[in-house]
Design a protein. Structure first.
Length: 61
């Protein structure tokens, strides 16, 4: 599974970071960043993608 950010859509709600902090980090500007090379639970990452209130994240296979 690959996770992509949808450009310009993030509003900095940080729901993804709250669910999967090993995968997502909200930067100082309030925008989500993917933590590259993170060893993560795929189900937790997928739950975070699905929980984004503005659909700023996309999971692809």
């Amino acid at each position: 599974m690959s996770i992509e950010l949808v450009p310009g859509r993030c509003e900095g709600h940080a729901v993804c970071e709250a669910i999967a902090p090993e995968v997502f980090q909200v930067d100082d500007d309030g925008m989500v960043q993917l933590i590259l090379g993170a060893d993560h639970d795929g189900e937790l990452a997928l739950a975070a993608v699905r929980s984004c209130p503005v659909a700023a994240l996309r999971a692809t296979s």
